[in-house]
Design a protein around this ligand. Structure first.
Ligand code: H2U
Ligand code: ZN
Length: 353
């Protein structure tokens, strides 16, 4: 029996799907996706942004929040230590405390938080930048990971984009939080990939890529090195996973051509996101790669580098999915199936080619 036929009976009825990376289930209710599309397709308030905003904390030459530090007149990318860091690199206890049968546990943690401006231009976003400019961001993600992984076990690169995600500034920027311990998501992915590798002798995500290339139903777009798909276990309506078609564990280990093709697919598929509801598409995105660094002697053969994109929008630029109610108390739930979401995104990606 083919893979798709095995799923046939489930297509139109409620079912649960398993996320092997996180080791968690979600509820899919496809019949609810067939509710009429009372399409609010209104655009976002199309306020035109200036290329330079004298009030922006991130624009070149401007004073940052607090007023003491002034940004240099940077011309491409710019990294600085977060003025309101969530982690400190020294001065905090690095011990653990546990009492009352483990009901109370505290662990010391140290780390560093940085902000990365993607461009000096206040009015741009990643998909509005050129492939060459995005390539500069890829290099920065890689060099920051390389540097911080010498000191910290986990380097989390991420971008909160859009007011819907609580992003504090429209200036194109992302963040890096590096920490001495693995955060929850990293720990779950590490354990689940390790388990799969032990059992099957190959990586979870390379096996998944092979299978998705066979089935094709969830692929949004691809080039010679990279694949964008709506994962079988996606929770957010238009959630995607960006995966390499080759074996790589960390972003810092990408070759020159793999960085080129990454910049190309980012430009293309983030443009597709923008065209979905005709709006600068909000999301939280981030990279997950093997903890530590290549020289630390830890075997991370089970890891595959990948990026998650979690966009909150559902039916239009205005209608957002909320993770509330059943999702807080039971488990995440989605209406349109990952396959339906992939169909829409793929059609848009093709139209833009
Ligand atoms: P968002 O990516 O969610 O918008 O957060 C921006 C970060 O930038 C936030 O962590 C930092 C905030 O602490 N920031 C500074 O470090 N200095 C500033 O002058 C403005 C914002
Ligand atoms: Zn700005």
């Amino acid at each position: 029996m083919g893979e798709m036929e095995r799923l046939d009976g489930f297509c139109d009825v409620p079912h649960r799907r398993f996320n092997p990376l996180r080791g968690e289930w979600l509820l899919v209710s496809p019949h609810r996706g067939k509710r009429p599309w009372n399409g609010d397709v209104s655009k976002e308030d199309s306020e035109v942004k200036p290329a330079y905003d004298p009030k922006c904390y991130l624009c070149p030459g401007n004073a940052r929040a607090g007023g003491e530090i002034v940004n240099p007149k940077y011309e491409s990318t710019f990294v600085f230590k977060n003025d309101f860091s969530a982690l400190f690199d020294d001065g905090t206890p690095q011990t653990s405390v546990e009492f009352a049968d483990g009901l109370f546990r505290v662990q010391g943690v140290k780390g560093e938080c940085r902000v990365i401006c993607f461009s000096p231009r206040h009015d741009l976003t990643l998909p509005k930048m050129s492939v060459e400019e995005i390539r500069g961001v890829v290099d920065l993600w890689a060099s920051q990971t390389e540097e911080l992984s010498q000191k910290y076990r986990w380097v989390q690169i991420f971008e909160n984009k859009g007011q819907e995600m609580g992003c504090s500034s429209p200036h194109p920027h992302g963040q890096i939080w590096a920490s001495s311990s693995l955060p929850n998501e990293a720990l779950k992915e590490d354990e689940n990939q390790k388990e799969f590798f032990k059992k099957h002798g190959r990586t979870l995500l390379s096996t998944y890529v092979e299978e998705e290339c066979r089935q094709e139903t969830r692929i949004v777009t691809q080039n010679e090195d990279w694949l964008v798909l709506v994962p079988f276990w996606a929770v957010w309506p238009y959630e995607t996973l960006l995966l390499p078609k080759f074996d790589v564990q960390r972003i810092s280990e990408l070759s020159t051509t793999q960085r080129d093709t990454l910049a190309q697919i980012l430009k293309e598929f983030l443009g597709t996101y923008d065209s979905l509801f005709d709006v600068s598409f909000p999301y939280s995105m981030g990279w997950h790669g093997a903890p530590g660094n290549a020289a630390d002697g830890v075997d991370n053969a089970h890891w595959t580098l990948h990026a998650h994109f979690y966009p909150p929008l559902f039916r239009s630029a205005k209608v957002k999915k909320h993770m509330v109610g059943y999702e807080m108390l039971g488990e995440p739930q989605r209406d349109i199936t990952p396959e339906q979401a992939a169909d829409r995104l793929r059609a848009l990606a093709l139209a833009l080619k």
